[in-house]
Design a protein around this ligand. Structure first.
Ligand code: NAP
Length: 259
């Protein structure tokens, strides 16, 4: 399917690896020029080179911590005229409800709620001025069904979800759509580190921890970054202009719910 976005320009945050890279890759395959971001420059430059070579698109890079307001200002300056924004960052650490104090919540809110809000506020006015824009926020399946040990993530992502629910309705009439993609377990470094923690806690191998987790997913496997990226690219396409303010689960059926 031609996504109809060849020649558009996108900022994809946290995109040297994992789900962010999957989104950058699928947008590049659709002919979209990119601004890519991650903290570590070597992996970021390698990923950018790979996409330039494979898809012939223009790729700019900006290595910084997207959750740091001062550093983010430089990224926003480089991405000022983008048509597409994909927000993403690492998730907060796991723990127990009694572990977390105010500073932990402020850090989580800053990273996983206020950073995407700041990016939308900075980059949507130019989209609105042109009458066309797409925003996709990478959140988590925990928005639909909380993961108890990820209380910081549950809280921050719920806040972002509430903001998107209202804001998406305010900008839809100006040609800009905002939607959230909710990953379940995907085969990325993040999943590896979660599985390594489980393996250590249960005294089992990493392969056993993965197999046990995969068995809890109706699809019987982890998702891939390519599948995730394809869903993101569709939401950014010309065909998705009537999809507004949605929270779309990509979890292989893991979240047991009717609607
Ligand atoms: P990942 O494989 O660990 O990749 C993270 C990517 O983001 C890397 O390119 C990393 O590069 C970059 N990054 C991380 N923190 C950053 C920051 N502060 N500023 C800029 N770049 C940053 O993670 P993932 O699995 O793709 O997960 C992406 C998001 O989805 C996370 O918020 C995660 O909590 C959520 N999620 C993932 C899953 C899953 O199964 N994978 C499930 C539910 C939710 P640098 O380290 O060089 O910065």
């Amino acid at each position: 399917m031609d996504l109809g976005i060849r020649g558009k320009r996108a900022l994809v945050c946290a995109s040297s690896k994992g789900l962010g890279l999957g989104c950058a890759e699928a947008l590049a395959a659709a002919g979209v020029d990119l601004v890519m971001n991650a903290r570590g420059a070597p992996a970021l430059e390698a990923a950018a080179d790979d996409l330039r070579t494979r898809f012939g698109v223009e790729v700019e890079t900006h290595a910084c911590d997207v959750t740091d307001a001062d550093a983010r200002a430089g990224l926003i300056a480089k991405a000022q005229d983008v048509d597409i924004l994909v927000t993403n960052a690492g998730g907060p650490p796991p723990g127990l409800w009694s572990d977390w104090d105010r500073e932990d919540f402020i850090a989580a809110l800053d990273a996983n709620m206020l950073t995407p809000i700041d990016l939308m506020k900075a980059l949507m006015p130019a989209m609105i001025a042109r009458g066309w824009g797409r925003v996709v926020n990478i959140t988590s399946q925990s928005v639909k069904a909380p993961i108890a040990v990820l209380g910081l993530s549950n809280s921050a992502r719920a806040g972002l979800t509430g903001y998107v629910a209202g804001t998406s309705r305010q900008v839809a009439g100006q040609g800009v759509t905002i939607n959230n993609l909710l990953p379940g377990i995907h085969a990325t470094d993040r999943a590896d580190s979660l599985d390594a923690g489980v393996a250590e806690a249960r005294g089992i191998t990493l392969a056993e921890a993965r197999a046990q987790r995969a068995a809890t997913i109706p699809a019987g496997r982890y998702g891939s970054r390519e599948e995730f990226g394809a869903a993101c690219a569709f939401l950014c396409s010309q065909h998705a202009g009537f999809i507004v303010g949605q929270n779309i689960l990509l979890d292989g059926g893991a979240t047991n719910m009717t609607i």
